[in-house]
Write a protein that binds this ligand. Structure first.
Ligand code: BES
Ligand code: ZN
Length: 614
């Protein structure tokens, strides 16, 4: 009996140590963490380079050609598994020669289909000949009404697979080159080295020499012109938009310089912004070397340019050091919101940056209230198995992420914190990080042995716990105290003498602090005093139109409809459609508006609003 026991003990000891060793490996190699939003097998065989060759058909709304994928077959795998969604695969060749067998898996909601390809242990490349569907989820072929044709892609989070067969998870990185053929009067741009002039033959060549994740693959085609802004920055836009954009983004070069001073060299050489049509579903998208931006940030007074600072900051947090899976999304966005604010502080001062942070805190409070302060959706580290990461974008990753980092900054001081962040970016450049990798690094570099500091920061509460931890830094914006004072003195309609110098952010603070329920009389007086309905500032429009909808202020109805049928930015669509569906009549109206607007939205926004109204 005794002998048997010890044999059993020995075996369990061995099993335990194997488990421990493999656990340990998991912690140090982020690629070991399973990405539940990809079918692919990069731990066995990984893409290292992609050569894309696509012909665009603006009549049929399809792209046709091939993607040649160079691979590193680390484990002599006999199959490589790729992600696809609505692609028709014609054939696949190995090493530019023999055709090979492949199989498409069963279609899964928002995941698409796996593409399993037979390879040999010494296969160096596979070339997938394919065509995209007119309904490709990443792609919008913009309805143009007499204007030049326009197309853009949005690959984040898991939509790249709808226009390129690839290992579509942020834990995999590869370099790429591309040849894209478009109609002769148009110009193609990618998240890569771009030309600044049109090519008469409509053929464009691209190169991205730094390894990137698939969600950063991007293409836009339009009637673009280019204007340089600074040493390594500039703007692409349609001719009638170009000068406005150049004016609005005049400080871009200063932003780049400030960012480099804060957190180290810009690793992508050039930084340009392309202005897309208003149907672009986001404010901005940090495609490497070429941020895609909505025209709704061009307010005419440079009041919404924090968005450029945000997308630029992603050149470090996101594009250089990347969330390993979408569960770690806060690593991308939390760092970026923090970094964005530091850039804004450098350029426009602390009073200005404090306003932005204060508004961000308000968004965090709202989001936690919506989910409930015990909800797992308010954890920084998420578990999105069976959930669509493209429908799970909310203020938690952005704002709770920011305030977690702010709380570390507060605990150790800005100097030490900045040194840490600098080193974090340079030591993990061109890699992907899990939340656990980050916490390990934080511990190794900063917290080690300092129990008091660890307690003060309370990582567990921030990362693995719900709501807003008690040590969340207090926000204060002196410029908002003016708004408070005016509202206290004169109620909801402050005198013009007090408001005449207010900036956009003070107005947003004002609008967000109005009571939810307002009488028609009050709405009318507000509108007469401040002209909100006629505002051309998209952020103010969105906040004001929300009040109009919930208070049934029909004077603004035509303006709201115009806004919702011309702007496709999800951040504006969601709250406004949500406001409508609070009542039965509102829901009918919302459906009518959506019917008109639907075809003008990107597929992603169509889906989001469609779900909301169902
Ligand atoms: N990378 C995001 C946009 C995104 C996130 C697309 C998740 C798809 C899935 C981008 O950097 C972003 O955060 N955009 C914000 C801007 C902002 C917070 C300043 C937006 O679009 O509003
Ligand atoms: Zn972002």
């Amino acid at each position: 009996m005794e002998n048997k026991m010890s044999a059993l003990q020995k075996t369990s000891l061995i099993i335990l140590s194997i488990l421990l060793i493999s656990c340990n490996q998991k912690q140090t190699k982020s690629t070991m963490k399973k990405d539940v939003h990809s079918f692919s097998n990069p731990e066995e065989v990984a893409i290292t380079h992609m050569s894309l060759n696509l012909d665009l058909d603006f009549a049929k709304h399809t792209m046709k050609g091939y993607a040649k994928l160079n691979i590193d077959n680390k484990s002599n795998a006999r199959k490589i598994i790729l992600d696809t969604r609505d692609l028709s695969i014609e054939k696949i060749r190995l090493d530019d020669k023999t055709e090979t067998k492949f199989e498409l898996g069963k279609f899964k909601e928002f995941m698409g289909q796996s593409l399993s390809v037979d390879i040999t242990s010494d296969t160096k490349s596979l070339t997938v000949y394919y065509q995209t569907s007119p309904n490709a989820a990443a792609v919008q072929w913009v309805e143009t009404e007499g204007k030049a044709d326009f197309l853009f892609t949005q690959s984040q989070a898991i939509l790249a697979r709808s226009w390129v067969p690839c290992q579509d998870g942020p834990g995999v990185k590869f370099t790429y080159d591309a040849t894209i053929k478009v109609p002769q009067n148009l110009m193609a741009l990618m998240s890569a080295e771009n030309d600044t002039v049109k090519h008469a033959d409509g053929v464009y060549h691209f190169k991205m020499n730094q390894p990137i994740s698939s969600y950063l693959l991007a293409l836009t085609v339009g009637d673009f012109e280019y204007k340089k802004i600074g040493r390594n920055s500039g703007v692409y836009a349609e001719p009638e938009m170009l000068e406005k954009a150049v004016y609005e983004f005049a400080d871009m070069q200063k932003m780049i310089d400030a960012a480099e001073k804060l957190y180290g060299a810009y690793r992508w050489e050039q930084y340009d912004v392309v202005v897309l049509p208003a149907s672009f579903p986001f404010g901005g998208m940090e495609n490497p070397r070429l941020t895609f931006a909505t025209p709704t940030i061009i307010a005419g007074d440079r009041s919404l340019v924090a968005l450029v600072a945000h997308e630029l900051a992603h050149s470090w947090s996101g594009n250089l050091v990347t969330n390993a899976t979408w569960d770690d999304f806060w690593l991308n966005e939390g760092f970026t919101v923090y970094f964005e604010n530091r850039i804004m502080e450098e350029l426009y001062g602390k009073e200005y940056a404090d306003m932005l942070e204060y508004l961000g805190y308000g968004e965090l409070l709202e989001q936690v209230k919506e989910f409930g302060d015990t909800s797992v959706k308010t954890h920084l580290l998420l578990d999105m198995k069976d959930e669509d990461p493209d429908e799970s974008v909310n203020a938690i990753a952005y704002e709770k992420g920011r305030f977690f980092l702010r709380s570390i900054e507060e605990a150790i001081g800005r100097k030490r914190w900045d040194e840490f962040v600098n080193k974090y970016f340079s030591q993990h450049a061109f890699q992907s990080m899990t939340t656990e990798d980050f916490l390990q690094y934080l511990n190794d570099e900063l917290l080690k042995d300092d129990e008091a500091l660890k307690q003060k920061i309370n990582i567990d509460a921030w990362v693995f716990g719900p709501g807003i931890p008690a040590n969340c830094p207090k926000v204060k914006a002196t410029l908002f105290e003016e708004v408070d004072a005016a509202m206290q003195a004169n109620g909801i309609i402050p005198t013009q003498s007090k408001t005449q110098n207010w900036n956009t952010h003070q107005w947003l603070y004002f609008l967000r602090n109005l009571p939810d329920s307002l009488s028609l009389e009050q709405m009318k007086n507000l509108d007469n005093a401040f002209g909100f309905t006629h505002s051309t500032n998209s952020e103010i429009q969105c906040d004001w139109y929300y009040h109009c909808i919930v208070n049934n202020y029909t004077v603004a109805q035509a303006f709201i409809e115009k806004f919702l049928t011309s702007v496709g930015r999800r951040k504006f669509l969601t709250p406004l459609y949500k406001a409508y569906i609070k009542t039965a009549e509102g829901k009918i109206l919302a459906k009518q508006i959506f019917e008109k607007a639907r075809n003008k939205y990107h597929p992603l926004a169509q889906h989001t609003v469609g779900e909301l109204l169902n």
